[in-house]
Design a protein around this ligand. Structure first.
Ligand code: PRT
Ligand code: ZN
Length: 226
């Protein structure tokens, strides 16, 4: 068992869409930090709650490994990594504690505009490009469709034009990126937003009281916003 800890460590995105709103939300909970020179670790001043600034994709793993206690991350990232773990026979090691009301988007399946969409069965035997292979594979299995999942780490929307795939499964907010690539969304696999992620079970040391206080403040801040 890891050593008991009396400070809470929260991972947030270093830069990107969720970085500023995550900090703003935590600030509105009364947290403040002293920034270190490398700007990767922020020492909690008002409360023993520190920040770690990281890539969003690293956040679930940091919680699973106990390096961080909590994290602010897109539900899409959290569920992809959890689905991947469980598909590999491993137990869940993190879960969503709260939905935070920003960073809204959806994971959508999109096909070329020229297709007359008749339903998921049309995807049988196709190649689908995505950065969310576990979520896509799970959805395809649920629909009973045999399609090839082409895993790409970026520029997913261009894959059909490059001949790498027939369709895509990617995050969409305004839909402008899909439209610019002559693609149209036809199915939503997941409605996403930023979430507070934490371990599956409660803390059993001083972090428990800190986390409870943070959640109370967070719920108050979210009530005022919504
Ligand atoms: O560097 P790091 O790995 O931390 O950042 P990142 O580049 O992986 O993530 P980032 O900052 O782009 O996104 C972080 C999170 O924001 C995502 O995991 C989602 O939870 C959320 N989010 C909300 C989005 C979008 N909206 C979104 N629109 N993430 C990506 N997009 C993409 C979308 O895929 C499309 O390519 O933005 C493009 C524009 O979208 P449209 O539909 O408005 O054209
Ligand atoms: Zn990322």
């Amino acid at each position: 068992t890891p050593a008991a800890r009396d400070r809470l460590r929260i991972a947030i995105q270093k830069s990107g869409r969720l970085a500023d709103p995550a900090r703003a939300l935590l600030s509105s909970c009364g947290l403040s930090w002293r920034e270190s020179r490398d700007r990767l670790f922020c020492y909690g001043e008002s409360l023993p709650v520190d920040l770690l600034l990281v890539r969003d994709d690293d956040i679930p793993g940091l919680i699973a490994d106990g390096v961080c206690d909590l994290g602010v991350v897109g539900r899409n990232v959290l569920q992809e990594q959890d689905t991947d773990r469980r598909a590999g026979g491993r137990a869940s090691a993190f879960r969503e504690w709260r939905a935070l009301g920003f960073g809204g988007c959806r994971l959508a399946l999109a096909v070329p505009e020229a297709w007359a969409w008749e339903g998921p069965a049309q995807l049988q035997g196709t190649r689908i490009a995505t950065s969310y292979p576990a979520l896509l594979a799970q959805w395809l299995a649920g629909e009973g469709i045999d399609a090839q999942v082409v895993q790409l780490s970026g520029s997913v929307e261009i894959a059909p034009k490059l001949g790498q795939a027939d369709a895509v499964c990617d995050l969409v907010s305004s839909g402008a990126t899909l439209a610019a690539n002559q693609l149209k969304p036809v199915m939503t696999l997941l409605e996403s937003e930023a979430v507070l992620a934490g371990p599956v079970t409660a803390f059993d040391d001083a972090r428990r009281e800190l986390a409870d206080m943070l959640l109370r403040r967070l719920d108050g801040a979210l009530r005022i916003r919504n």
